[in-house]
Design a protein. Structure first.
Length: 360
């Protein structure tokens, strides 16, 4: 297992700066997720680390060894960096058999024949593709092809494997299975894995820590799944990792109102936890954290109710805005039913406050 460090790396395409002063440390043996919307610079990070792109500024280290610094004129070749990469689109070479695909990095490195045989066998075992050595990629399913690509990455390096959207092209059911296998394989081999995806759910499920990137290539949060879910660093993270409602909040003489000063919209008579004094606040609230409570003075009307199996999904209208509310089937064991047209009281739990003027 290897460590990785990016120290203030900047990459520009012409006058378009994709990542700026990008710093991160990946610990040996962890699965680190890099998540962000399409176009935010994730693949740029991968290509910089792999040695396929030369950043304009900053330094990159693999296991304390400097592998790239423009200033210090260091630029190790992709082979010298000894890492395995699984790409989304060109997974395997179509003209090579499974065995030859997986053996390729070793042959390129001029490894001895028996070492090649041993490592290819081991890698194919890890991805459960033993027995397919002579198959050509066209004879394999998409999921099997991606397994071969992962096996090939493993023969490049047992220490560090980067996966750039490796399963985005697979169907949902296969994706779920592959995530579990990647996790199990990582536990066995203790390989450091950097897992890139735009799918925040997959990342939070798979990774030890996740980096959330914003559209402009900035890192807005690094943390465990729990830290990110419980304490989203900003409004972007809050909205990126799940369904959300945002409601502007107004304070007047110690009373707190949704949207505007109107007695029917007053929801608190003391500063709510997390409220940002002196700022224009916007409340972020998850559908599960809006609770129906007859005692609440905030009254809304249900405009839609849909039963989704494990939960009820509602839209409620309040101050001419529709909010999303969810209630788990367990909560409804009290026998109380809510339907379209009903007036309900709303109470807010675990709400977060963000500065409305903060750039997102
Ligand atoms: N070779 C290139 N030339 C110019 N712009 C590029 C090139 N590759 C990527 N970009 C731009 O850099 C930004 C980040 O791209 P990329 O790293 O591929 O994002 P992601 O992998 O997060 O979708 C995008 O705006 C993209 O258009
Ligand atoms: Mg990409």
């Amino acid at each position: 297992m290897a460590k990785v460090k990016f120290d203030r790396v900047t990459v520009k395409y012409g006058d378009h700066t994709v990542i700026k002063d990008y710093s991160l440390e990946v610990q040996a043996g962890e699965i680190l997720g890099i998540v962000g919307p399409s176009g935010c610079g994730k693949t740029t990070v991968v290509r910089s680390l792999g040695g396929f792109l030369n950043p304009d500024e900053g330094e990159i280290y693999i296991d304390d060894e400097l592998v790239y610094s423009k200033k210090r004129r260091v630029n190790r070749s992709p082979e010298q960096r000894r890492l395995g990469i699984v790409f989304q689109d060109y997974a395997v070479w179509p003209h090579l058999s499974v065995w030859d695909n997986v053996a390729y990095p070793l042959k390129k490195r001029r490894a001895a024949k028996d070492e090649i045989a041993k490592k290819v066998k081991h890698a194919l075992e890890q991805v459960r593709m033993t027995g397919y050595e002579k198959h050509m990629p066209a004879q394999l399913s998409g999921g099997q092809q991606q397994r071969v690509a992962i096996a090939r990455a493993l023969t490049s390096s047992n220490d560090l494997v980067i996966m750039d959207e490796p399963i985005t092209n697979l169907d949902a059911k296969l994706r779920e299975g592959m995530l579990e296998e990647i996790r199990a394989m990582q536990r066995r081999l203790k390989t450091t894995i950097i897992y890139i995806t735009h799918d925040q759910e997959a990342a939070l499920q798979l990774c030890d820590r996740v980096i959330i990137m914003q559209q402009d290539g900035q890192i807005c949060q690094i943390g465990t799944d729990e830290e990110i879910i419980e304490h989203p660093a900003n409004r972007f993270v809050f909205s990126f990792i799940g369904v959300s409602n945002f409601i502007p909040v107004t304070e007047d003489q110690g009373r707190y109102y949704l949207w505007k000063k109107d007695p029917a919209l007053c929801y608190a008579s003391q500063a709510p936890q997390g409220y940002l004094a002196g700022k224009k606040n916007v409340m972020g609230i998850r559908p599960m954290d809006i609770v129906f409570d007859d005692a609440s003075p905030i009254k809304a009307v249900i405009t839609q109710d849909v039963f989704l199996g494990s939960l009820f999904n509602y839209f409620v209208r309040l101050n001419d805005v529709e909010l999303r509310v969810q209630r788990s089937t367990l909560d409804s064991l009290d026998g109380r039913e809510y339907h379209e047209g009903d007036t309900v009281g709303l109470r807010f739990l675990n709400e977060k406050y963000y500065d409305e003027e903060e750039a997102v």
